[in-house]
Design a protein around this ligand. Sequence first.
Ligand code: IVH
Length: 713
Amino acid sequence: MPQGELEGCAPPHLLIISGVVIYKITINTTLEERMAVLPEAAERAAWLRDRIRYHNYRYHVLDAPVISDAEYDALMQELRALESQYPELITPDSPTQRVGGAAQERFRKVRHSLPMLSLGNAFNEQDLRAWRDRILRLLGGDEQLAYVVEPKIDGLAISLTYVDGLLTVGATRGDGEIGEDVTANIRTIKSIPLRIPLSGDEQPPARIEVRGEIYLPIAAFEELNERQAAAGERLFANPRNAAAGSLRQLDPTITASRPLRFFAYAIGLVEGKTLRTHWESLGYLQQLGFPVNPDSRRIEDFEEVLAYCQEWMTKRDQLPYEADGVVIKVDSLARQAELGVVGREPRWAIAYKFPAREKTTRLLDVKVNVGRTGKLIPNAVLEPVEIGGVIVKQATLHNFDYVKSRDIRIGDRVIVKRAGDVIPYVVGPVVDIRDGNEQPWVAPTHCPACGEPVEQFDDEVDVYCVNNACPAQLVRTLTHWAAVMDIVGLGEKQAILFVERGMVRSIADLYRLTPESFFGMEGYAEKRIGNLLSAIEASKDRPLARLIAALGIKGVGSVAAEELARNFRSVDELMAASKEQLEAIEGIGPTTAESIVDFFAVPANRQLIADLKELGVRTERKPEESGTQTSDSDALKGLIFVVTGTLPGMTREEAEQLITSCGGKLTGSVSKKTSYLLAGDDPGTTKINKARDLGVPIIGIEDLQRMLQQHSG
Ligand code: IVH
């Protein structure tokens, strides 16, 4: 009965206030009074369960809710209140009964009605073609087979048995013959229906065994590991282990707290329904209310199957879950039966495996790098290991706290992950194979480059060297300056050399260099010196926006710099601006405004501006620059970028500068409109997760450079 019909004619035990049902206190109700309202309460409970099941399906299976969380909670609350007053109304498939029962001591063993098979692997196109040729040969002809391709999620296989529409047993794969009964835990997974089919009008099959994959989305895995690290608990090596660990909890409340998900990919057995193809099975599963991977496809042309595998290998970074390959299945169930099984592997299906993105290797040492802002970043020195076709020798450890909370020790075997173009990082140690020779890493209390004490600010995990004269910082400052001011021939290598030789102690010193400064330097012949000095000379006349961006003020990338150059005619004017004046400018928030004021409050920075002016660097806007436009090309026109993390070989500001100068736009947060998330080292997890959720491609600096090259090529 819809709620509206109840209103206005409320039975005596119900009080309805603006659509909300309140159950009157029943202390003094007699048995007769209870019995009198029971049918109505039962009807209401059935209606509520039906609605909740539908909204649960919209939210957890379709990812398309049609009511707010508050409205959903109100329905649940009402059902709970009703069931606590009339416990006789509780049914096993009631949505209130997902988490129930006490912790168990061990899992009961269950024999699968049909063995749960595994899959043979293919690692390249050749393997896939060989598989196809073999099955065609076995089928004795050159018939046109249709295939179904599905992303292979790296989770764990599960079997769900429904009798007369009710979930009765949920079991792990185990050895394929005998698994473990994890029904209590399975019930806590919201995308798994407790009752099928979705629509109450249809008849459920008398018995059906549904198979599929339980997994933990990447974002949830990362959050879980953060929580584990904070609580000093053991870390999970990957989302699959985390999913398996979460499902094999003896206490279902723990499983319930982990946002496990499910995709159905096969029917083990069904009574009372005839299916002819695998594709039909997937459709039927969907119709019953199971989540089926929306990226599954039926393909008739084998060349397209190969293209799908190729496409998914590159798309895997955009998925919100870890996929380790593509499963290819012969669509016709009759052909499947003909092809049969060898050992534990069906001949009619194969897994095309992506190259591993995670390997274990030895952590040899930890070296600390100093960034331009003085941020100290611990870097793992690794025993070289091949990951996804690249030899990895170093990986980031993010920050000191990361090493400490994960108890990463020198000598440990560590899990290293390299996903897409995101800088490789150490996931954590493999604690079980320690031999006692591992040494805890001691974080430095002094900057490894200049020896000054390091500082940690209250609200930040990062540790900084705050010495402005720190040579490591100076190198970064110079490379940033050179990149933004477009000084060809001055990269990191050269900056290190000039700083080490004492030729350059500040940005201003660059403009004091003369041919004599290079005297006796190997590799610096007259021509090279001439080119470099001309490039430095040419940089004196860059647009004001570039100069502002080149200063490297925290929070001032190319977008903010352009905005500032539009609002102030010179660096002197900008230097004189108050925090309030700055905040009034569009795109400049209070934090950036404060950081600008702080920057110019430092005497050394004011001196730098004075020196630059004296050395002939233009610090004013030219008349034609009003409404500054620094676009060099339109290679990125129409594209919207978000940048996160520290980019290898380029500062964040330089990357931003590059994007805007090629016609691209920058925004601060990832949305549906974002074209690309440019991610570097230590990226923001929120941005990464959001991009994955929305399917926004995550690219590295090399991809960006490739895009620009392709455009110019
Ligand atoms: S079909 C006979 N389909 O891969 C076919 N498996 O090595 C058996 N998996 O244990 C499985 N996604 O856990 C199939 N779309 C998919 C899959 C999938 C992941 C896992 C499954 C199984 C393993 C096979």
